[in-house]
Design a protein around this ligand. Structure first.
Ligand code: G6P
Length: 367
């Protein structure tokens, strides 16, 4: 059917703005809002009897999987092996009968992801797929489908599919935790409440548009940008860098903040803006130390944090984007938005073809 841009300049802009709605729609498939619990019928895995999940995906979908590793391991005490599908398919990973395999794909047609699925099929493990296109090949070849209800995504750079993938993965991790008895009923309710609020938080973030635009204008003056984060903000740092390079063609790298001293610090000078994604969480102080290392070398810091983080960072930044206060569990969903918006506006200022960046395809069906 016909999808149009409405009042938006680009599909990507429209899709960024649709997120509060599609996240809410997706969550309603997995969460019983009235009972404050995860729905069991939507989840065909026997989480209690699993000893491992192997996740494979490509691009942005891979980074959603990487965020979920922190959730599954922390909440459900369930180890996750996460791979880029093009590596996984040839890696000959041994899978026990108590493993499950999970594939994340917007299109459901990515060749490497599909090949990884078929490898797991041969190994005889249960297969689940988080897909946006429910009639896709990956969906058809899976034992269980976990839909993202993002609606058609047209912009080549994935935005709403990513936050919907995160919403599904967060719900699955919570369900796994419940079935494995690793969280209390109270904790479960608190996490479900946090998820329920995610759409509202994301609409608050959309209001930061003007400030993000200002940062984007600044980024157009640079050739390289470094993104840093710890914990679930590490995959987000990689996602921020991926988005920026895909659509603005500015070279960007996403790094775990703790790895700074093992390489990227050599690149820091006044020509290297460093975007730090750091809500005030249990390892905020560690990230502050990394920011001090950057500041001491003349690096320009753009800090994305919350009110407490902004108060306590004690660092001169080029700009601090102050996000709404959100529970740590849902922060990855909410913090995805400023990095998408930043890439989007930077690309708009650079005058690139935002929805159809050069050399990239929406769905990569060849190896
Ligand atoms: C391409 C797209 C990305 C996407 C990746 C995986 O590279 O440009 O936006 O993340 O493929 O696609 P999938 O459809 O499997 O999520």
């Amino acid at each position: 059917f016909l999808v149009d841009k409405g009042n938006h300049r680009h599909f990507m802009e429209k899709e960024i703005h649709e997120q509060p709605e599609v996240i809410s729609h997706t969550l309603s498939h997995y969460i019983d809002f009235a009972e404050r619990t995860t729905k069991s019928d939507a989840i065909p895995f026997d989480f209690a009897n699993l000893d491992r999940i192997a996740i494979s995906a490509c691009g942005t979908a891979y980074l959603a999987g990487l965020v979920s590793k922190y959730w599954f391991e922390r909440l459900a005490r369930l180890p996750v092996d996460i791979d880029i599908a093009s590596e996984f398919r040839y890696r000959e990973m041994p899978l026990s009968k108590r493993s499950a395999a999970l594939f994340v794909s917007q299109s459901g047609e990515t060749a490497d992801t599909l090949a990884s699925l078929r490898y797991c099929r041969q190994q005889g493990v249960a297969i689940g797929a988080i897909v946006n296109v429910q009639e896709s090949t990956i969906a058809r070849e899976s034992d269980g489908i976990f839909p993202t209800l993002a609606g058609p995504e047209i912009g080549v750079a994935s935005t709403k599919a990513f936050t919907c993938q995160l919403s599904v993965l967060a719900s699955l991790a919570l369900r796994a935790a419940k079935e494995r008895g690793t969280i209390s009923a109270e904790e479960e309710k608190a996490h479900v409440r946090a998820l329920t609020e995610a759409p509202r938080y994301t609409s608050q973030v959309l209001k930061l548009e003007q400030q993000v635009e200002k940062v984007a204008r600044e980024l157009t003056h640079y050739k390289h940008v470094l993104y840093l984060g710890r914990d679930t903000n590490y995959p987000l740092a990689m996602e921020g860098a991926l988005k920026l390079k895909e659509i603005s063609y500015i070279h960007a790298e996403g790094y775990a903040a703790g790895e700074l001293k093992h390489g990227p610090i050599a690149l820091i000078d006044e020509n290297m803006p460093v975007i730090v994604i750091a809500p005030h969480d249990h390892i905020f102080d560690k990230t502050v130390s990394n920011m001090q290392e950057v500041a001491a070398r003349g690096g320009k810091i753009i800090l994305i944090t919350d009110r407490k983080g902004a108060e306590r960072a004690g660092i001169d930044t080029l700009e601090t984007i102050v996000m709404p206060d959100v529970p740590q569990f849902v922060a990855p969903i909410v913090y995805a938005l400023p990095i998408q918006m930043l890439a989007y506006y930077t690309a708009v200022f650079m005058g690139t073809d935002v929805d159809q960046p050069r050399n990239l395809a929406k769905s990569v069906t060849v190896e």
